[in-house]
Design a protein around this ligand. Structure first.
Ligand SMILES: *Cc1c(COP(=O)(O)O)cnc(C)c1O
Length: 360
């Protein structure tokens, strides 16, 4: 068996030890005689798995007691609608920061439900930086402020937490959730699809402050109503049981690595391997403002884009896959989530150096 070095933006690489454990437990989970996939979500085995997963996630992120953690479906995209439906609470508008492709999608969806005020935007420079707080025009009457704390496609990360006063702050953390500690108390809602940095597709995590639960628009589908999900211990209907189980194994793996502080150190070291290389070559270009570079998603370009196809082809031959940038921006992108070992990043840089030597 050969495991390839996978730079996919999502679904993405998972820790090998997690996949091995899942494979050992596939036919018979802990003597139950069943696969987790075959278990009733209301049976004691799965309820135990679910409770452990939620407890581990709470511990990793130090989630305060006045927040609910919900394991739901529909992806981050579904939350683009669920957030306004739950948080408008009689208000007519919400503030959004337009920092890239995912922010644009969130804005588009929110416009179905309310007036969207663009509090700040980086569109003027093709979404290559995080608009600084000093440029934000916040409306104190807004229902909430939404931002995309890591733009997966543009590779722009907010390395600071916005101050929105009394207005609840909402963050789409899909692509850097669990990559470093987060002060959850600064947020009203945090949401993230699991398939970037936490587990398989099909699971979405929502962390919501208690006082923001219970005011959903009357038309809100039960499945999207945070109160329905919270009151039913996120088992109003069948949750994505196998995805919950795998994410739970990832949470345990993260605890074994030493938790999120340790992951941040590792992730900084990993990203530095690639950024340091990009900074000392002119063969490759790094489009993102240095202060706002993502530790998880690293876009880069070849100065001569005629070499793009050849770069990708030879990368593949070297066991380095999924390096093509998103179709919205082109170029290359290396996603180096928690489960990407530093040796994977070093192998990429070695290949890039070699390619440059032959073509520069
Ligand atoms: C991938 C991604 C999404 C969309 O996630 P789905 O789970 O496919 O709905 C939204 N926001 C960000 C920042 C993402 O990276």
């Amino acid at each position: 068996m050969t495991r390839i070095i996978n730079f996919s933006a999502g679904p993405a690489v998972l820790p090998e030890s997690v996949l091995e454990q899942a494979s050992r437990e596939m036919l018979d989970w802990h003597g139950s005689g069943m696969s987790v996939m075959e278990m009733s979500h209301r049976g004691k085995e799965f309820v135990g798995i679910a409770e452990q997963a939620e407890a581990d996630l709470r511990e990793l992120l130090a989630v305060p007691a006045n927040y609910k953690v919900l394991f739901v479906q529909g992806g981050a995209t579904q939350q683009f609608a669920a957030v306004p439906m739950n948080l408008l609470r009689g208000k007519k508008s919400a503030d959004y920061v337009n920092s890239g492709e995912w922010a644009k999608k969130a804005i588009g969806e929110a416009k179905r439900y309310c007036t969207v005020n663009i509090a700040a935007s980086s569109e003027d420079q093709k979404f290559t930086y995080a608009p600084p707080q000093s440029k934000w025009k916040l409306d104190p009457e807004a229902a909430y402020v939404h931002y995309t704390s890591n733009e997966t496609i543009g590779g722009v990360e907010f390395h600071w937490v916005p101050d929105t006063g009394k207005v609840p702050l909402v963050a789409d953390m899909s692509s850097h959730m669990l990559s470093r500690p987060v002060d959850v108390a600064r947020y009203g809602v945090i949401y993230a699809g699991a398939q970037k940095n936490m587990g398989p597709a099909g699971l979405t995590i929502v962390i919501v402050r208690d006082d923001l639960i219970g005011g959903a628009l009357p038309v809100t589908p039960a499945m999207l109503d945070y109160k329905v999900q919270a009151d039913n211990g996120w088992m109003y209907n069948t949750p994505p049981t196998y995805a919950v189980y795998i994410a739970g194994l990832v949470f345990q793996w993260l605890k074994k690595q030493g938790g999120l502080k340790k992951m941040e150190e590792i992730n900084r070291a990993k990203a530095a391997v690639l950024y340091d290389f990009l900074d000392q070559t002119e063969f490759y270009l790094s489009p993102v403002a240095k202060s706002d570079r993502s530790l998880m998603n690293i876009p880069f370009r070849l100065k001569n884009d005629k070499l793009d196809e050849e770069f990708l082809k030879q990368a593949r031959q070297n066991g380095l896959v999924e390096l093509k940038g998103h179709r919205a921006v082109g170029g290359m992108r290396a996603s180096i989530y928690n489960a990407m070992p530093i040796d994977g990043v070093k192998a990429l840089v070695a290949y890039m150096r070699d390619f440059q030597g032959k073509n520069g």
